[in-house]
Design a protein around this ligand. Structure first.
Ligand SMILES: [Zn+2]
Length: 267
């Protein structure tokens, strides 16, 4: 079986909104449910993202071994002292600027980027479309915003989550142009959606363009579980017909390289 490293999974099993979404489509949103799906699909490791707020952090920080934590922060109330107390245990932080209605070039966030760059950590930005349930300003999650951050913090590793979907081509340019920028391809399909072959073909063309334009070394597989089953998302990516070595990089080796560069032991 192909080895997979899923770089975008949510681990706050107590979080109401995700519990509801998962329940409605029959996904077992629990640690057991996650481990079962991982086993079924050859997923040997996941980057587990926590929602902002301290209460959610401990739930993700307690996951060990094949789980690599990324901690969500609230751009409106950053506490770098608190972050410093556990930063060694995480790959980096996730920032939800669109949902938080804050410009990613805001001075408060620049302090965070400087902190992360100094500590050799990565920043994951939610980019592209916003979940209607949460609202927010989509102009702040447009991928072009993050070119400024990439240029101003050249040593900071940046992941554009969801590859800026539907502005995939803009995200592709930002990742192509900046050595320190990667994209994850999670979140294009939700489990609750019936997806037509016509729409699937559109998604396949976008993903193919992304990989060809910014290069397969910059693209990380992510499923956005529990918003989509890992198996279904893997089937989508594998249906595109990438060469084996390209697919293996996207599904596994790019993530392995990244965690190693961040000073973690790969799976
Ligand atoms: Zn997500």
């Amino acid at each position: 079986m192909r080895r997979v490293f899923d770089f975008h999974v949510h681990g706050n099993f107590s979080y109401k909104d995700f519990r509801e979404v998962a329940f409605n489509v029959g996904i077992d949103f629990s640690l057991d449910g996650l481990l079962r799906e991982m086993r079924e699909h050859g997923v040997v490791a996941t980057a587990v993202i926590s929602l902002p707020c301290g209460g959610y952090w401990s739930e993700v920080l307690s996951l060990k071994n094949c789980f690599y934590p990324i901690i969500g922060v609230d751009s409106g109330c950053l506490d770098l002292g608190l972050l410093d107390s556990f930063i060694d245990h995480v790959l980096g932080v996730k920032v939800y600027v669109g949902y938080d209605r804050i410009d990613p070039r805001d001075g408060r966030l620049y302090e965070l980027y400087k902190f992360l760059e100094d500590r050799g950590k990565l920043v994951v930005f939610h980019t592209g479309s916003l979940w209607r349930r949460w609202g927010g300003y989509v102009r702040y999650s447009h991928p072009l915003n993050f070119d400024d951050v990439a240029v101003d913090f050249p040593e900071l590793k940046i992941i554009l989550a969801h590859a800026g979907f539907p502005w995939v081509r803009d995200a592709a340019e930002v990742a192509y142009k900046n050595d320190n920028v990667y994209v994850d391809i999670s979140g294009w399909i939700e489990e609750s959606e019936e997806v037509s072959e016509y729409y699937l073909n559109f998604l396949r063309r976008e993903l193919k363009f992304l990989v060809e334009y910014c290069g397969e070394d910059k693209v990380l597989f992510g499923s956005d579980w529990p918003l989509c089953r890992i198996g279904r998302y893997l089937d989508f990516v594998m249906s595109i017909g990438f060469e084996d070595d390209v697919l293996n990089k996207i599904l596994y080796w790019n993530a392995v390289r990244l965690v190693r560069e961040l000073g973690f032991k790969p799976p």
